[in-house]
Design a protein around this ligand. Structure first.
Ligand code: NAP
Length: 432
């Protein structure tokens, strides 16, 4: 593939995938989108941290070859396009990349950037780890109990964007067809004449690939349980189906490595509760991964009141959106919350800050670069460069542990030293 605006670094090589296994050269080319607003300051600090981690871990034997690709304001100002086709092509070709926050242009065009990247590359998992670093200000009493990873489905659910605006021709047409074909269902609409309508598609394939990714990741990373989050008591054929298909997949594909609450229910019905409990105890003692489920409203309580019960959370799109931000609040908020959008089959992955561009702080060298740094840490781990990822974690732990932090943490910590974005990057490197 040839590029006209993107400069492909000459010393690097492409990451590829073979039979579902990433093949990462020692000199991988990594596309990055700097990001708008504070993205510039954040990226400058983050790239130094990630390069230093790789250097310290491998002493020059491995090196990231960064390749700038364009999106957002910077792309629009330079190339009159919010998302040049070349950017999509680069992520398609080079598989693994990272992005800073992007401005949403008025008129909603930019919703389609994040969506376009996810859709184009079919990045069906949004992975959000939520863990606490000692010293980070937290609104809960025991933030050290929070160590969860959300696997949020990224392509289905009410987020598909199939909506019919009240008053529009399409809305009228849709309701006419609906009323004709399903009069009983139509009669359930409380105010049919003025109702906007949205559709919520949830499929077997969409559910299975998400739950499969969550279980595989949990097994690979020796986690204790995977919780299927759903509102199946109300939405039986979408949310309830997500739960049922998830359990069925766990038993069918991971039978000897997992124990599910579905099995527990079956054993209870056949042999009584005591037998079911004994069976579960034996399975967990043997090191099996527990697959359980929870209703989506209760999960917001329980992840606060009994955080240690939760480990990996497999969620649908909307529930996962709410839940991952709520969980992030327990451990320091969006300044430090990383994320990755991943297709575990094709290998395509885009790691990204979960916050926005915070434009009022742009170019002030002030905000917390933690979210992008930790997204880079996820990326390194995803590439199999765990030693470098560990260096990033050690650096972050050290900098925060020494109470040398950016303004957002400084205002909530006693006796802390306030650092700029770049100085925080230096501190992280110094603590590696
Ligand atoms: P925002 O940029 O996330 O900022 C909201 C507030 O969060 C900031 O004022 C700041 O709080 C805090 N914050 C965000 N990033 C921080 C960091 N790195 N360090 C410390 N604190 C940080 O949300 P917004 O102001 O609603 O949105 C601004 C623009 O970003 C919009 O154009 C929006 O569409 C876009 N956006 C993009 C993405 C994305 O690209 N993924 C995501 C969300 C929003 P304090 O003022 O209290 O310090």
């Amino acid at each position: 593939m040839t590029y006209s605006i993107i400069q492909v670094p000459s010393g690097g090589a492409k990451i590829s995938i073979n039979n579902g296994v990433l093949n990462v050269p020692d000199n991988p080319i990594i596309p990055f989108i700097e990001g708008d607003g504070t993205g510039r300051d954040i990226w400058r600090a983050s790239v130094r941290v990630l390069d230093a981690a790789v250097e310290k871990a491998y002493g020059g034997a491995r090196k990231l070859h960064w390749m700038e690709v364009y999106a957002g304001e910077k792309a629009f100002n330079q190339f009159q396009s919010w998302l040049p086709e070349e950017t999509l092509q680069a992520f398609r070709e080079f598989l693994v990349g990272i992005k800073g926050p992007l401005t949403t242009p008025i008129g909603g065009g930019m919703r389609s950037l994040n969506v376009a990247l996810r859709k184009e590359l079919d990045l069906y998992v949004c992975q959000r780890p939520v863990r606490w670093f000692e010293g980070v200000p937290s609104p809960v009493k025991r933030p050290q109990d929070v160590d969860m990873v959300v696997f949020r489905e990224n392509t289905e659910d009410i987020y598909t964007g199939i909506e019919f605006e009240n008053g529009s021709e399409d809305n009228k047409k849709f309701k006419e067809i609906f009323q004709q074909a399903f009069p009983k269902e139509y009669a359930k609409i409380r105010f049919p004449d003025s109702a906007g309508i949205g559709l919520k598609p949830v499929s077997v394939e969409g559910t299975e690939r998400l739950v499969r990714a969550a279980i595989r990741w949990a097994l690979d990373n020796k986690r204790k349980n995977v919780t299927l989050v759903h509102k199946g008591n109300i939405m039986k054929f979408t949310e309830g189906a997500f739960r049922n298909w998830g359990y069925d997949l766990a038993e069918r594909e991971f039978g000897d490595q997992v124990y599910t609450w579905q099995t527990w229910e079956r054993t209870k019905a056949e042999q009584g509760e005591e037998a079911a409990n004994a069976e579960q105890d034996a399975a967990l003692k043997a090191g099996k991964l527990l697959i359980k489920d929870v209703i989506a409203d209760i999960v917001f309580q329980q992840t606060i009141t009994r955080a240690t019960d939760f480990d990996v959370l497999a969620t649908m799109n909307l529930n996962g959106d709410y839940l991952s931000d709520a969980l992030a609040a327990q451990v320091g908020g969006i300044g430090i919350a990383p994320g990755g959008n991943i297709n575990f089959v094709t290998g395509h992955a885009v790691f990204e800050a979960t916050h926005g561009t915070a434009p009022k702080y742009a170019d002030k060298d002030m905000v917390n670069p933690g979210s992008v740094i930790l997204s880079g840490e996820m990326m390194l781990r995803y590439m199999g460069w765990g030693e470098a990822a560990d260096k990033v974690i050690t650096g972050i732990e050290g900098a925060i542990g020494a109470k040398t932090v950016t303004y957002d943490f400084h205002r909530l910590m006693e006796g802390a030293t306030k650092l700029s974005t770049s100085a925080f990057g230096d501190a992280v490197i110094a603590h590696m």
